[in-house]
Ligand binder design. Structure first.
Ligand code: B16
Ligand code: MG
Length: 219
């Protein structure tokens, strides 16, 4: 029987993916790399340093910087990102998310967060959601990034729920893979063609329906 729903943060609860994009775009341009919104898709759910590697490869500059320089570039992107997310308010929940949280609570299910971001606590605070979630697991406490299942398994463990009785909600292919490898039921948000591994796909968060998800989970 279903006991918990575990959400990804960026791109599911709020559109912080947009702020990641703006910060990476500026960083890329400062080192002469053109970085587009389309390129940004490949960064969703991917860790900070891995994201930088992808951008450097995109610009053919994978060998242009030492490790120390790459760390400085990543830190500079993060400073900018941290500045941008100060603008987030409780009004920045993506459509349908407030309803989902209320429905999950009303059904007596537990609520968890599994994010690859080291800034997840700041974003959750800005959104006013700290009180509503039973557990928040972010990238600072896990060793392996998505698609490794660790962050979802940790959230389930902290909730005291067997993975089999958890649903995970993700907007990134790497995240959906992490949910499936954790042995959970995977709900994806985004274009159908991105998610061949998901159990259920919604085109946007506005379409999410706890009743329908629970129905699909049971069958
Ligand atoms: P940070 P999620 C992920 O968060 C983002 O999707 C990804 O784009 C970002 O690079 C990653 O967090 C690391 O974020 O630089 O803040 O540590 O979608 O797993 O909530
Ligand atoms: Mg995400």
């Amino acid at each position: 029987k279903l006991e918990a729903v575990i959400f990804d943060l960026d791109g599911v609860i709020t559109d912080s993916a947009e702020y990641h994009f703006l910060a990476w775009k500026e960083l890329a341009s400062s080192i002469g790399i053109l970085f587009t919104r389309e390129d940004n898709e490949a960064l969703k759910g991917v860790s900070r340093m891995e994201s930088l590697e992808i951008i450097l490869r995109l610009g053919g500059k994978q060998d242009a910087f030492t490790l120390k320089e790459r760390e400085e570039l990543a830190a500079s992107k993060n400073d900018h990102y941290v500045q941008l997310i100060q603008r987030i308010t409780p009004g920045d929940l993506l459509p349908g998310i407030r309803q989902m949280i209320d429905d999950i609570r009303a059904k007596g299910l537990k609520l968890g967060l599994a994010s690859a971001s080291k800034n997840a606590f700041t974003v959750m605070e800005r959104l006013g959601l700290m009180e509503e979630f039973d557990v928040i697991v972010d990238a600072s406490t896990v060793v392996n990034g998505k698609p490794h299942p660790e962050v979802f398994l940790r959230a389930a463990e902290m909730l005291g729920v067997h993975p089999e009785f958890c649903i995970g909600v993700e907007d990134a292919a790497a995240g959906v893979e992490a949910i499936k490898r954790a042995g959970m039921f995977a709900v994806a948000v985004g274009p159908e063609e991105n998610f061949d591994k998901a159990d259920l796909v919604y085109s946007s968060t506005a379409e999410l329906s706890l009743d329908k998800i629970m129905e699909a989970y049971r069958s």
